[in-house]
Design a protein. Sequence first.
Length: 449
Amino acid sequence: MSRTHSPETAAPAAPAATPEGLSPLPNGLGWVVSSRSLTVRLLGDHRLGVLEPQPVMAHLVTKLPDELHPQVDEIAAFAERVMLQTGPARHQVLRRAFGGFFDADAIEALTPELRRGAEDTVRRFAASGGGEFMTAVAFPYAVRVGARLIGFTDDDYRRLHKLSQQVALVAYAARLDDPAEAVRAGHAALVRVREIVAAARAAAPPASVLGAWHAGTLDLSDEDIEANAVMLVQASLETVSGMLGNAAVRILGTPGALADAASRESLLDEALRAEPPLKTLERVVREPFQLDGHEFRSGQVISVRVADANRLDDDPVAGRALFSFGWGAYRCLGARLARHQARELFQALHHLAPDAAPADAEIERVRHIRFDMPRRLRVVCSPPAADGASLTRALTDALEEEDLDRPLTSLEREVTYVVLKENGVLVPEDLRGPTTIREWVTWALSEHG
């Protein structure tokens, strides 16, 4: 009797070890990435995209009455035009259309406005001997630059930022106790957003995004421009303000750094690496693939911990890459502009508030899942000395009056108070003496010169 041998079967392959710097999200949702080299390779992979609104909205409508479906459809149609929420091919089309507002030539043309905005903001701050940096400097300066770039007034920019947040919350409505109310509020906000954008478009400066739209020089549909103009508002406030606040902690807290341009630049880089304004970058696997023997499945979320990935190491794959402005196809359009904003702001602080320094040893930071920035940053500085020629020019320009010895009207006196305050001179409420431009400048120099 002969024995028949069973065919040999190969032992099942052991699962590949999880690469270093990769850890799982709960319930197989995806992966957290903290490795520099993995971040470069994953964010540069065309098989990764972003979470697009259609699946989220399709799930949301299952929880809503039929009469709200058209409102969800309208919000989804608006959201899917946003370049940060669309597929790679469409993203590139939108990116090219808006890229001209952020290239080197555009930034050079915008630099005088950046400088004026920085000087105006810092001058008011210094006139008060400092104050709360985030609310008095970082946020107002980010608003001013963002508003000028896009073509809004500062007030409209602020309104749109709040309204756009309300629209964005609709994406989370399915998790709420009353998703219908969230949809109604989001749709009402979208209607108001469109009214503000339409009114601003006609009055926007020619070099702005809305000005180019009004002139017909953007090769995109009205709907695409509208959605992405609003996206630029939403994307340019907390991130820029956070960058400025984080840099201020290091620059103003390091003796001698504010006076040295190279130190300012180095500390700005240090802040961007250690405290990126956005804590994480999220991508979605569009099609399955393997990397170093590890499988990434369609639909999985890839969440990059930016501060961890920013840490320099000896891996040649990543070099000195900085991920605080993103990486790959969806990298931040405004990275160059953001750096220029920071340079102009700290240059203005050096000239107008050279002794500015944090008032507290410990800095309170925000507790937020997305943003990393100071919550409060009290800064103290000496009010600047008054400059006679500058004050005279500021007053004659504001009052449209070249006669330095004509008595001013009561309305002109009110304008004078404002101009002097903006130039670092505070006027006591009971002061009644000066009556002409020359007398006001003489008084200011005697008190603040």
